[in-house]
Design a protein around this ligand. Sequence first.
Ligand SMILES: CC(=O)[C@@H](O)[C@H](O)COP(=O)(O)O
Ligand SMILES: NCC(=O)COP(=O)(O)O
Length: 251
Amino acid sequence: MSPKPLRLGVNVDHVATVRNARGGPRPDPVRAALLAIEAGADGITAHLREDRRHITDADMARLKAAISKPLNFEMAATDQMLDVALATAPHAVCLVPEKRTERTTEGGLDVVGGHDYFIPFVDELSRAGVRVSLFIEPSLEAIDAAVSIKAPVVELHTGAWCHAVEVGDHDRAEREFARVVEAAAYGAERGLEIHAGHGLDYDTARRVSALPQIVELNIGHFLIGEAIFVGLEEAISRMRRAMEEGRAQAP
Ligand SMILES: CC(=O)[C@@H](O)[C@H](O)COP(=O)(O)O
Ligand SMILES: NCC(=O)COP(=O)(O)O
C-alpha cells in the first residue's frame, strides 16, 4: 500500500516574534501565510499563546479571513482560548501545553494526568466541527490516553529528538527517534491520524517523512529562520523537497 500523502503546515508564529520586537505592523504573519501557501504549504499553523508573545487575537482572525488553506489554531486548553477558538472557527485546533516561563513548547500535553480535564474541550470543539489534535509526547501511554479522550488526531512532539540531533547527542537522538517511530505506528494502529512537529529542519523532516503513518508536519521556527537567508518561498520549496525525498523511502 503506498504511503498516504504528506501535508506541510507552516507555522507563522515567529514572523510575529520579529514584528513584535518593534511593536509595529511589519513583518505581517498574514503576508507570510499567503506567501507560504503560494509556495506550496498545505495549511497554516499559528499558536495563540496566553501571553500573546507572538501571534495576537487579531492575527488569528486575519489569518482565518485571508487564507484559502486550512488554519490550524494551536492553543492551551483554557476556557478563554476555547471561546476565541470557537469564535474563530478554524479548520483545526491543536491543544498544546503552555508555561509562562517557557522559551518554547517544552513537552507534550499531560493527557495521562489531565485525561478528564481535556474531554470537554475535545467534545465542544468536535461538536463545532473543528478537527481536534493533541500535542503529545511520542509515548504509548500518551497515545492510549488520546484514544480514550476521543481526539481523532495527535501531533507527536519531535522536540526532544530534534534537540538531541542539534546538539550532536547521537545516542539520545536515536533513542528519541525510536520513540517517534513506535508511537506513530502504535497510534495509527489505534485509528489515530498522526502528525508531527516542533524543532524540525530539512534533515529531520526528511527522516520523519519516511514514517508512512505520519500525514502532516507542522514546521515554523526553522523555516522562518531560513527565510532570512534564502527567502520564504525557497525555504518552503527546499522543505517540500526534503519531505518528498523522505517519503520516497517510506515502506
Ligand atoms: C506547539 C508547537 O510546537 C509550536 O506552536 C511552538 O510552540 C512554536 O511556538 P513557540 O516557539 O512560541 O513555542
Ligand atoms: N506544532 C509544531 C509547530 O507548529 C511548529 O514548531 P516549530 O517548527 O516552530 O518548532
